[in-house]
Design a protein around this ligand. Sequence first.
Ligand code: ATP
Ligand code: MG
Length: 493
Amino acid sequence: MSATEKTTDGALLLRALRQLTPAMGLLTEIGELFGTAGHEVALVGGPVRDAFLGRPSTDLDLTTSARPEEIEQVLTGWADTTWDVGRAFGTIGARRGRDTLEITTYRADAYDGETRKPVVAFGTSLEEDLVRRDFRVNAMALRLPDLTFVDPHGGLGDLAGQRLRTPHEPEVSFADDPLRMLRAARFAAQLGFRPTTDVLEAMTDMADRISIVSAERVRDELVKLVLAPDPRAGLEILVTTGLADHVLPELPALRLEVDEHHRHKDVYEHSLIVLEQAIGLEDEPGEREDDPDRVPGPDLVLRLAALLHDIGKPPTRRFEPGGGVSFHHHEVVGAKMTRARLRALRFDKETVRAVTRLVELHLRFHGYGSGEWTDAAVRRYVTDAGPLLGRLHKLTRSDCTTRNRRKAARLSASYDHLEERIERLREEEELNAVRPELDGHQIGAILGIPPGPQLGRAYQHLLAVRLDQGPLGEDGARAELLRWWAEQETPGG
Ligand code: ATP
Ligand code: MG
């Protein structure tokens, strides 16, 4: 390494340490605890990478020479609680106050060449642990408490160049754990990094190996990818390498939508744009806080629905006599396909139901035209969407990728109109839901009068009081009713 590189690294390291300042007290304590007990410990992977990126890190991952039982011993008395994240994998979780950490014994894992099940072996050195990590940018560590920076694979250079490379040959790495291929796509979406050409080639050659990975692990990576700032970057990698053919085949299938007039070749591109537009409509923190239809970002359900809303198109495509093309009921077929795919990926019931419903409803707004729905139709729209209404608003608005500005403006104005009508109906219906605190029977009994116009006026009076003054309670309402009645009875009044 040249002298200039050293200074650059030094400056970067200083910045990273500054980023870690809030955790530094804790990290120093941990370092001293383990050191005193005769063990090595280091901050490793994600938090080190994120510190260099100036990005807040979600978790504090540590690696140590101590075995799991020893980790627990060292932490006893210091941590409020500790738990097993996966003893077989050597990970212990710990919490002290508001801080949580995960500490993993150095690993030197090998894989059973036949079944591909990971065979966990504990390692003896930090370097050995780092080499088995997924990417060079994730294979950097900071020893504690002295903060020695350990980067045997040039992770910092890759980080500066926004590159994703495996510590060893990608073929070896991906054979050991094919999930790493999905992680490459995920980091592209999350961090804007690019896998290098050889990494992409290995991913393409080995894409089918992803099928040995459990659906749950695949799902977790897909979720992180979809929730990232730039899902398109990750999704395009999945599609071009062929990984998507195994984990989300409905997505590459959208590309096959080439009709003879090339009018529908863009369902894939359309879907990515709809996803990006939906992301653009997510509500930011602090924005529209009191809106019941608020959708704070990043929202997994909205994003999945945007990505999948048209997957029913390929199987429903018909070339009509006369040259047209149609996709009858693609929303119904798409909803079924969505349910099947999300179930196969072991998504929870609630997510499956919500995304499926949105796909099914994504076309409902079409036919609204310039507002010729009856109030009942508007009410039905709201009821059918239920708690998904806010997301349906955003999905429908996003699902317009025409380059014809006037058409786009018309659609958007027409949706504004629908939202206004929903708002108005809601207000009216809330008003309608307000009742006087005494019903007709009670009023009749209190005043000793039969049903009729007099009783009607009494009812209207109590309703007006209820609206003006809010609830008075039954006794208060009775007193008010009698007061009003006495006024009515005044001779000459
Ligand atoms: P984030 O937590 O922000 O999602 P991360 O990089 O911390 O990102 P984790 O899944 O928490 O990702 O993994 C922690 C670290 O463990 C990674 O930085 C990497 O060093 C290592 N790692 C995780 N999964 C693998 C894997 N499949 N193969 C090799 N190393 C891995
Ligand atoms: Mg992490």
